[in-house]
Design a protein around this ligand. Structure first.
Ligand code: S3P
Length: 441
């Protein structure tokens, strides 16, 4: 089967209700927490994608039994000290930064070295941001060129709690240190620039010894070693980052309306909604409810005739970090110049996404001025693409692929987009939902 998709025309108006799969961050965290729990934990609506399957394989490597089928996932946790550490263990995080980074915190007490590898994209991403704080606990690391995978972690049974300042707004760094803190006697204190807080909420829901003081820009987290983690069931809410492709498709389409069901609208994740609203998109929440500390809602999006440019407040960056490629498409259609700053973390993702954002917009005929950490986008409300655009060699970044599909359906043109398989990491049925909207069936 060809791994290339072709789009030749804009999508026609649609009015639909859709579901998107389970939240990726929560799915991976549920797998990891339940691997440390006492007894069987069960999840429904777990995202079944390559990143989550890599997490399941990783805990299997550590001796934890998992049953996965289309209805549920069961993890047979053996308690905090239940991992079966053996000599020469190797964990493959494939494409998943979240798994690769968080698992290092979990295995920091291994008596034997563990090798961590990843795919071509993950092997280009920074792991010093994890090895630095975890070394302070007492672990040792050997990384390729002091920074990259493959790496070897040499755990320790004599870990010391640390004080750590997480300055990048990275939930992966924060969470990895939290897991290491749970392996360590004494109080680990983390000051962290705000980022998604699912790990904190799960710790609280599980009654683990954690205190969180929320500040405006910085949160302070104190964490101790728990005595045990109780097994727990979880109904994973759907992923706002996956829903964002459809929010933006609706915002950019004529006379369309969409309801996306059961989305996790945790306030550390809703930057996309705040930004779209500021740009003039009409979005409303329906059926809001709390679930295990998370906030869940249906989201209704209505397309709009005119979009406003934005000077995006950097305080929103972390809560929209996975959605910027899409936000750039909205800026491309806005009437005026949009500015996005302090976005250097965007080049640390599955591909250098700030660079790719610029490349895609230039191909679309949109003027941009970009630096290493900012981009200025000169919007064109009458944008109508009438040329061939080939998208390839983007390190198979799932979000580049899906953003280009949204661009093709919104602005027209003849798009030839390679590496369709990339969607398997986070959103395997993405194109099925696209077809449902395209065919209005
Ligand atoms: C994630 C955190 C973010 C995000 C990633 C998922 C998580 O990465 O981009 O897709 O689940 O913790 P950083 O922590 O590197 O910002």
């Amino acid at each position: 089967m060809s791994n290339i998709v072709v789009f030749n025309r804009k999508i026609k108006k649609f009015k639909k209700i859709i579901n998107v799969p389970g939240d990726k961050s929560l799915s991976i965290r549920w797998v990891l927490f339940s691997s440390l729990a006492d007894g069987i934990s069960k999840a429904k609506n777990l995202l079944i994608s390559e990143d989550v399957i890599s997490a399941i394989k990783a805990i299997r490597v550590l001796g934890i039994k998992v049953i996965l089928n289309t209805r549920y996932c069961k993890v047979y946790g053996k308690g905090l000290n239940g991992f079966k550490y053996k000599k020469n263990l190797k964990i493959n995080a494939h494409n998943s930064g979240t798994l690769g980074r968080l698992i290092l915190g979990l295995v920091i007490n291994s008596p034997y070295p563990i090798k961590l590898i990843g795919d071509n994209s993950l092997s280009k991403r920074d792991f010093k941001r994890i090895s630095d704080p975890l070394s302070k606990f007492g672990a040792k690391f050997i990384l390729k060129k002091k920074n990259f995978l493959p790496l070897k972690i040499y755990g320790s049974s004599n870990l010391k709690p640390i004080k750590y300042f997480e300055k990048k707004g990275s939930a992966q760094c924060k969470s990895s240190v939290m897991f290491a803190g749970m392996r360590t006697d004494g109080k680990t204190i983390i000051r962290a620039k705000k980022s998604r807080n699912h790990t904190e909420l799960l710790c609280k829901y599980l009654n683990l010894p954690i205190k969180v003081k929320e500040g405006k820009k910085i949160d302070t987290i104190e964490i101790n070693k728990p005595k045990k983690i109780k097994n727990f069931n979880y109904n994973i809410p759907s992923d706002i980052s996956s829903s964002a492709f459809f929010m933006v498709l609706t915002a950019l389409s004529d006379n369309s309306e969409l309801i996306i069901k059961n989305i996790n609208i945790n306030k550390s994740r809703v930057g996309i909604i705040t930004i779209l609203k500021k740009m003039g998109v009409k979005i409303v929440f329906k059926n809001k409810k709390k679930y295990r500390g998370e906030l869940i809602s249906d989201i209704k999006v209505i397309s709009c005739k005119s979009l406003k440019p934005i000077n995006c407040p950097p305080i929103l960056n972390s809560s929209a970090i996975d959605e910027f490629l899409l936000i750039f498409l909205v800026a491309a259609k806005a009437k005026g110049v949009s500015i996005f700053k302090d976005l250097n973390e965007l080049n640390q993702k599955e591909s250098p996404r700030l660079e790719w954002g610029k490349k895609i917009l230039m191909e679309m005929g949109i003027k941009t001025i970009a630096t290493k950490n900012s981009i200025k986008i000169f919007g064109n409300p009458n944008l109508n693409i009438d040329k061939k655009i080939i998208i390839k060699k983007y390190l198979k970044d799932h979000r580049v692929f899906m953003t280009c599909v949204v661009a093709a359906l919104s602005f027209g043109g003849n798009w030839i987009i390679h590496d369709k398989d990339s969607i398997k990491t986070s959103f395997p049925n993405f194109l099925k939902i696209i077809n449902k909207l395209k065919n209005n069936d």
